[in-house]
Design a binder for this molecule. Structure first.
Ligand code: NAD
Length: 353
C-alpha cells in the first residue's frame, strides 16, 4: 500500500490510505479553515469525538444525530449548531447518512466539507442530495454539495460489520452496473464502472476472508470511489427507481434493499441490453449478468429476499404500482405486470427471472 496516494478529480481532493484520518487538521489548514463542526450518527459518535480531539482548537463542535435519508428536522438542528459555533466547515465521518447531513448543510450554507466515508455507499462522490420531510423523500442535484476533500481511511472501514460490508459493496456495485447501460454513458464512465465492479469482485472475497486486511479494504474503497463517481456522472434506471420506492414508501434499509434488488433489476434489463452487461458475466462467469450477480451475492452471504427485510407480500402490488406510475428511461420497457413479477421473485429470494 505504501504512502497514501492522493487522487485529484476536478475540484475534489481524494486521499486513500490507512490512518489518513490523521490528516484532517492539515487538510483544514490547506483550505484556510479553522472551525470544523464534526458530524456522525449516534452509533459513530466516538469516531467523531476522536476527530474533534485530534483537531483540538480547529474543532468548533460535534453533532452526532445524522440519520438515514437526511431528515430535514435533523438538518435544521445541525444548522443551529453551525450558527451557534460559527463553524466555517463540516467534517462528516460515517456512511451515506452522515455524508448526506454534511451535504444538506453545504446546500444551505455553501460551507466546505471534508468527508471521511466509512461505508461503500459513494454519496461523497455525487452532487446528489436526498432529503426527507413529512415522510416524503425528494432528491436534488447541485455541484455545491460536492465535498472539497474525501479521505478514505482503510482503518475506519475495517470496523464495518461483515453483513454491512457485503450489502454496502453490492450497493456500490449497483451504481456501476446501471452505469453500463445509462443513456448518457461515455467510454470514460464505462471504464470507471468496470474498475469499480472489478475492485469489489476481486476485493470483497478477500475482505470476507479477513475483514482487517487493510490492503483489501483499501481496494474496495477505491471501488466505492469509482462506483460513486459514475453514479454522479450518469443517470440511473430501474434498479435505483425500485430501491428508491422500496426505501421511501416501505422504509426498507438502503444497502440491504440494493443488495437484494440488484440481480433482479439487472436480469430484467439483460433482456434488452445483454451485450452492455456482458462485462459483468466476464467478471463473474455465467451467461446472464443477473444470475451471475445473484450467485455472487449468495456466495458473499448477502440477504437475498425482500421478505427478510420485513416487506409484506401484501405490499407487492402497491410497490409495483408506485414504481411504475411515472415513466423513466430504462432499457427494457417497464410494465406493471413485469415489475410485479420481478418484485415477487426478489421478495421470495428466487433466482432472477
Ligand atoms: P448509513 O450511513 O446509514 O450507515 C448505517 C449504520 O452503520 C449507521 O448506524 C452508521 O453509523 C454505521 N456505520 C457506518 N460505517 C460504519 C463502520 N465503518 N463501522 C461501524 N458502523 C458503521 O448507511 P449507508 O448505506 O452508508 O448510507 C445510506 C444513506 O446514504 C441513505 O440515506 C442513502 O439514500 C444515502 N446515499 C446517498 C447517495 C447520494 O449520492 N446522495 C448515494 C448513496 C447513498
Amino acid at each position: 500500500m505504501g504512502q497514501p496516494a492522493p487522487v485529484i478529480t476536478s475540484d475534489v481532493r481524494v486521499v486513500f490510505g490507512a490512518n489518513t484520518r490523521n490528516t484532517v487538521a492539515a487538510e483544514l489548514r490547506k483550505l484556510n479553515l479553522s472551525k470544523a463542526l464534526v458530524l456522525a450518527t449516534p452509533q459513530q459518535c466516538d469516531d467523531a469525538l476522536d476527530i474533534a480531539e485530534q483537531l483540538g482548537s480547529l474543532a468548533a463542535g460535534v453533532f452526532c444525530k445524522a440519520a438515514m435519508h437526511t431528515p430535514v428536522d435533523v438538518t435544521e438542528a445541525a444548522m443551529q449548531h453551525v450558527t451557534e459555533t460559527s463553524a466555517d466547515c463540516v467534517v462528516a465521518i460515517g456512511g451515506g447518512s452522515t455524508t448526506g447531513l454534511g451535504k444538506a448543510i453545504a446546500y444551505r450554507t455553501d460551507l466546505p466539507q471534508i468527508v471521511i466515508p466509512t461505508t461503500y455507499a459513494g454519496s461523497e462522490c455525487t452532487p446528489i442530495l436526498g432529503q426527507t420531510e413529512n415522510g416524503v423523500k425528494t432528491t436534488l442535484s447541485d455541484p455545491k454539495v460536492l465535498p472539497e476533500v474525501i479521505i478514505y481511511d482503510s482503518e475506519l472501514v475495517k470496523t464495518l460489520p461483515v453483513p454491512m460490508t457485503v450489502t454496502s459493496a453490492l450497493n456500490a456495485m449497483a451504481h456501476a452496473a446501471e452505469a453500463l447501460y445509462a443513456t448518457d454513458r461515455t467510454a470514460e464512465t464505462t471504464a470507471l464502472a468496470l474498475d469499480g465492479l472489478k475492485a469489489f469482485v476481486d476485493g470483497l472475497p478477500k475482505v470476507l476472508e479477513d475483514p482487517s486486511d487493510l490492503e483489501a479494504r483499501e481496494a474496495t474503497q477505491r471501488g466505492a470511489w469509482a462506483c460513486g463517481t459514475v453514479l454522479g456522472q450518469v443517470g440511473m434506471a430501474l434498479h435505483h427507481k425500485l430501491c428508491h420506492t422500496l426505501g421511501g414508501s416501505f422504509d426498507l434499509p438502503h444497502a440491504e434493499t440494493h443488495a437484494i434488488v440488484l440481480p433482479h433489476a439487472i436480469a430484467y434489463n439483460a433482456r434488452a441490453v445483454a451485450k452492455d452487461l456482458q462485462p459483468i458475466c466476464d467478471l463473474l462467469g455465467g451467461s446472464n449478468a443477473g444470475t451471475a450477480l445473484h450467485n455472487f451475492a449468495k456466495a458473499m452471504n448477502a440477504p437475498i429476499a425482500l421478505r427478510e427485510l420485513g416487506l409484506k407480500k401484501a405490499d407487492l402490488d402497491r410497490a409495483a404500482e408506485l414504481a411504475t406510475t411515472k415513466p423513466y428511461p430504462n432499457p427494457q420497457p417497464v410494465t406493471r405486470e413485469d415489475i410485479r413479477a420481478l418484485l415477487q421473485a426478489a421478495w421470495a429470494g428466487d433466482t432472477p427471472i
